[in-house]
Design a binder for this molecule. Structure first.
Ligand SMILES: [Zn+2]
Length: 614
């Protein structure tokens, strides 16, 4: 994808300038030549494309301006997006993904103006775009991990049915946002993506490879040596440099791919702690993801001379095992495993975090969470589980209790909004994805409903005049809504057709459910079990089953799957983007997923504000 000057010179238009035979430069008899070359988006000298103009004398009289005949080179660059045109922080300006997204933003702005019919023109006839830059004081990105369109539709119906309606007419909180579009989720090297590549795209504005965190496609996955020079800057980092408060929340391990892509640079998403890394990577100086989180402030400062930031204000999620030494002495009071920690380097990162944030509060259970004073707490670090937090439907079974995603969202905003310069917050519902992988629609949908409640909590605590909220997914799952069930048929139930009270039967004479999976571990009938992961202890059971006597609406029911796999897979179709607040109108049409960064960056004016601090 890298453009080279050499290839661009080939095939350029040549203009011989007549009447220069006796030019002032005194080169008698030589013709002056001018060569113009169109530059593509992503060019080093013209990030938004443009024209390179080279001039010189045709010394060898071959009628071509050869490379060694060029005396002068100048550029006529296409108008860029001025908010990042000279950004020192965004080294990604030369990346084609980045440049193309910037152009799409400009296009989206002018399309919108045509729609609303204003189409203001500047003195020279150019379209004047609506002022968007910096209108969003606060930016919140909500990511439903694995929340494809079918998941949103089914969750909407389930929530509506739980409230006594037919369900189909119901709207989730983010269904009601005024703007929506689609995101193409593929990674640079993959048709169907993973969370690492997709979240890097959303957070840094460029697509990259599967499995890598905060680095571009020039990385070699798993090779520590290729990280240097390929690191990307994230929207969260720009907000931090700009002086905004910053936070991240996930129901997954806080070192898992999606949250990690907001703060870490790693050649492999699995390097969650030092014990997960190959020896060579440790020796070569790569840091594990948990260590990068705890030392976020000093690592960011070390990358930009003279920078002084105050670190992440709010971090909450699961994943304690990656922060604690592999020694029972360090177990949390509510530890479930005999040895909770995984770290083999003896470091207690929760203690390191506390030392880095003397004014900070570290919490690990519901009572600690409830006790947090959001008006006096400057830094909050919550690790509520050894691994991922519980599924929402299973949360009551947690040993010492843990907050819901909506409770964490409210608490985070109440801490973050103490900064009058605004905040950036990323909220991930990480376990929609895990439930699907386990083949449990029940857990996936109940976690999606809780995710929608978290969005509702954010809407209640913010003002859409100054807060941009974007809700999206990183990728989809092979989860379908099938058959011809009648209106209001229980979404978790068997298909019952219009005018009937009996389940419709398939060609094999057996009933089937509306919801199902193309692949995965398949059918389970675990009754009241609310933890989808219970399926992993059992032999896979793909293919058709007789569901005649099975209550498919029970929490422990896992849908049938066609192709047997140890884990149900992601799917490659587009996902929705929903938006409200300043700049939200830029969310429309079908977009490359990395557009999300550019919309947040423009609306929050993040890069420009960050550059001003350097
Ligand atoms: Zn997944």
């Amino acid at each position: 994808m890298k453009l080279t000057k050499l290839s661009l010179v080939i095939g350029t238009a040549l203009l011989a300038i007549a009447g220069c035979d006796d030019g002032d430069d005194g080169d008698n008899g030589l013709t002056s030549l001018i060569a113009q070359t169109q530059l593509e988006v992503g060019d080093t000298n013209c990030p938004n494309g443009g024209t390179q103009v080279q001039s010189g004398l045709d010394n060898n009289t071959n009628g071509t301006l050869d490379a060694d005949e060029v005396l002068d080179t100048s550029y006529v660059c296409s108008a860029g997006n001025t908010s990042v045109a000279t950004a020192e922080l965004l080294t990604t300006l030369n990346n084609p993904w980045f440049g193309a997204a910037q152009n799409k933003i400009a296009e989206a702005k002018s399309v919108w103006q045509q729609v609303i019919g204003t189409q203001p023109r500047s003195a020279n006839g150019g379209v004047v775009t609506t002022k968007v830059a910096g209108k969003a004081k606060n930016v919140i990105l909500f990511v439903g991990d694995g929340m494809g369109i079918s998941t949103v539709t089914a969750a909407r119906i389930l929530e509506g049915q739980m409230q006594g309606g037919n369900g189909e007419e119901h709207m989730l909180s983010f269904d009601m946002m005024p703007f929506a579009g689609l995101a193409k989720t593929y990674n640079v090297d993959a048709q169907t993506p993973d969370s690492a590549g997709t979240m890097t795209a959303m957070m840094s504005g460029v697509k990259t490879d599967v499995g890598v965190i905060g680095v571009d496609e020039d990385i070699e996955r798993g090779d520590c040596a290729t990280v240097a020079g390929n690191e990307l800057v994230t929207a969260l980092e720009l907000a931090e440099i700009a002086g905004k408060s910053t936070g991240l929340i996930s129901t997954a391990r806080i070192t898992h791919a999606t949250p990690a892509a907001t703060y870490a640079k790693s050649a492999d998403r699995n390097w969650e702690d030092v014990s997960d890394m190959p020896e060579a990577a440790v020796v070569a100086g790569c840091e594990d993801i948990a260590a990068q989180l705890v030392n976020f402030e000093s690592l960011l400062e070390s990358r930009y001379a003279g920078l002084d930031v105050d670190g992440l204000e709010v971090v909450m999620g699961g994943g304690r095992r990656h922060f604690l030494p592999k020694d029972a002495m360090y177990n949390s009071p509510d530890a479930v495993s005999s040895v909770e920690g995984d770290r083999t380097d003896g470091r207690d990162l929760t203690a390191e975090w506390q030392a880095n944030h003397m004014d900070g509060v570290y919490i690990y259970d519901q009572s600690g969470f409830d006790a947090v004073d959001t008006e006096t707490t400057a830094h909050l670090f919550g690790l509520f589980n050894e691994s991922h937090m519980q599924y929402e439907a299973d949360r009551a079974n947690d040993v010492a209790g843990e907050p819901s995603l909506s409770e964490m969202t409210s608490k985070a905003i109440q801490v973050l909004d103490n900064n009058e310069d605004g905040f950036f917050l990323m909220v991930e519902s990480g376990r929609i994805d895990h439930a699907h992988h386990a083949g449990s629609a029940y857990n996936a949908l109940t976690d999606t409903i809780e995710f929608a409640k978290a969005v509702e909590a954010a809407l209640a605590l913010t003002n859409d005049e100054e807060t941009l909220i974007i809700v999206t997914a990183d990728h989809s799952h092979v989860f379908t809504i099938a058959g011809y069930p009648k209106r209001g048929n229980p979404i978790l139930g068997k298909v019952v057709g219009i005018g009937s009270d009996e389940p419709t039967t398939a060609s094999d004479g057996m009933p089937y459910t509306t919801l199902g999976y193309t692949n995965g571990r398949g059918f389970r009938n675990l009754g009241a079990e609310t933890n989808a992961d219970a399926t992993y202890g059992l032999d896979p059971a793909a293919g058709r089953q007789d569901l005649g006597d099975v209550d498919t609406t029970s929490p422990g029911f896992h849908q049938e799957a066609l192709v047997p796999m140890s884990s149900e897979t992601h799917a490659g179709e587009d996902v929705g983007i929903y938006a409200q607040g300043p700049g939200a109108f830029l969310v429309n049409g079908t977009n490359e997923q990395n557009m999300i960064f550019h919309i947040m960056n423009l609306s929050g004016n993040l890069a420009e504000q960050a550059n001003a601090k350097l």
